[in-house]
Design a protein. Structure first.
Length: 279
């Protein structure tokens, strides 16, 4: 099943797999705004106050941050890929799962912001209890390029204060606004308050427990994991979040930040975030 739909007026693609999973991606940003695993409930957090306006970021789901993570460079926050319209290339329904592919290529508009020739491809694969997001970056130009990127996944949790993220003990991290790198000493990371950390070279899997639901979150190619929740005070200041929205989300982002990825002309980089729900 695949159908073009509108999400708050924004063009999007909805599709499902034979084994009962479904997903919705807006063409702006190739932004996954819904993932419902087979037999389960919505697994992503979407802010009910999100803007759905051309050129403005969507709050929730899975923003694709490229070619700059956060404000680490001269471009706007998280780069421009999340604010541009991607092309929908089609659905592949081989087997029980179903994958949708989206692409964004450099254009006069992107070149005006960032003078590099590139091609981005995002393949969103759903099937049963699993989601795979595969980002591929190709340097289509004749000069080297370097970028930072993230799949900025907002997981829906029933109550962030009791959600538990496991698997980061012993991993070095940097808190936003701090200069010193620290080492995670906790077996279980909780986010009852504001958290904004880049974990460097994490293990390939973390485990997010939310009540009886467990999400196994894997990454390949991406070198870092970002854990973010704005907490109560910052959330209240965000125009596109309801005041209590922070309680129902936790971002666990597959990221490539330090060092930036360098691609020679013609070179390709692949990064994948995989999520499996078990309960
Ligand atoms: C996270 C960053 O990835 O994204 C945070 O680590 C940032 O610092 C957050 O606040 C949200 O960014 P934005 O641009 O979507 O508000």
């Amino acid at each position: 099943m695949v159908e073009p739909i509108g999400v708050n007026g924004m063009p999007a693609i909805r599709w499902g797999s034979r084994n009962g999973a479904s997903a919705v991606v807006t063409l702006q940003g190739a932004h996954l705004v819904s993932w419902v695993p087979a037999g389960g409930e919505e697994a992503l957090y979407m802010s009910e106050r999100s803007a759905f306006e051309a050129g403005r970021p969507i709050r929730g789901g899975v923003p694709v941050c490229f070619p700059q993570f956060a404000d680490r460079g001269a471009l706007g926050q998280h780069g421009f890929a999340r604010n541009f319209d991607w092309r929908f290339l089609g659905i592949d329904e081989a087997g029980e799962g179903a994958s949708a592919t989206f692409a964004l290529e450099s254009s006069p508009k992107t070149l005006a912001l960032w003078p590099r020739a590139f091609r981005l491809e995002l393949v969103v694969s759903i099937g049963g209890a699993q989601l795979d997001l595969a980002l591929r970056v190709t340097n289509t130009g004749s000069t080297p390029l370097s970028f930072t990127a993230a799949l900025h996944t907002y997981f829906r949790v029933s109550e962030v204060a009791t959600a538990r993220l496991e698997g980061l003990r012993g991993v070095k991290f940097l808190t936003r606004g701090c200069l010193d790198v620290e080492v995670e000493t906790r077996e279980i990371v909780t986010a009852a308050e504001f958290i904004d950390r880049i974990y460097f070279a994490p293990p390939p899997w973390t485990r997010l427990q939310d009540g009886a639901r467990v999400l196994h979150i894997g990454q390949r190619g991406f070198t870092d994991t970002v854990v973010w929740n704005p907490g109560r005070d910052r959330c209240e200041l965000m125009a596109d979040m309801p005041p209590a929205g922070y309680r129902h989300m936790l971002c666990v982002e597959a990221a490539a930040i330090e060092p930036p990825i360098a691609l020679a002309p013609g070179e390709v980089w692949n990064g994948v975030q995989s999520v499996t729900l078990s309960s």
